[in-house]
Design a protein around this ligand. Structure first.
Ligand code: FAD
Length: 106
């Protein structure tokens, strides 16, 4: 349904942007909060089949919250797993900052 798509776009925007601005060297508290945010998604995300699929993906590939670059890549890979499942094109994870932080170079 349309709201699963709108919810998805809004959530990916929030998650990728938050990862793009996460510190290079997060404090222990920032890591704990980021882990809490990500681990809450399989429990609370209001599309239940999406939530359980994400939970399976996160079991196979636990979140890497050690820094901005690794978190952004981890999230890009999880999003690509969903893209693949839905038959969408895979996103080039080298372009994560361009899309979610810096904007296109000109
Ligand atoms: P979206 O996939 O929403 O992407 C938005 C924008 O992000 C794109 O336009 C592109 O610029 C950028 N982008 C695309 N891929 C990446 C990437 N890998 N890394 C960084 N940026 C990228 N829908 C279902 O039908 N079934 C599901 O099981 C399902 N699970 C989901 C799980 C989660 C955690 C979330 C947040 C969403 C889920 N969705 C699911 C929704 C789905 O992923 C899409 O959000 C929705 O189909 C709308 O797709 P879209 O083509 O507009 O772009």
């Amino acid at each position: 349904p349309a709201d699963v798509e709108q919810l998805g776009r809004a959530t990916w925007t929030f998650l990728h942007t938050t990862a793009a601005y996460y510190p290079e060297r997060p404090s222990p508290a920032q890591r704990t909060h980021m882990l809490g945010l990500l681990n809450s998604l399989p429990v609370l995300y209001p599309c239940s089949h999406c939530a359980s699929h994400l939970g399976e993906c996160m079991k196979a590939n636990p979140p890497d919250v050690t820094g901005r670059g690794s978190l952004s890549r981890w999230l890009c890979e999880r999003h690509n797993e969903v893209n693949e499942m839905l038959g969408k094109e895979k996103f080039d994870c080298a372009k994560t900052d361009e899309r979610w932080k810096d904007g296109p170079a000109d």
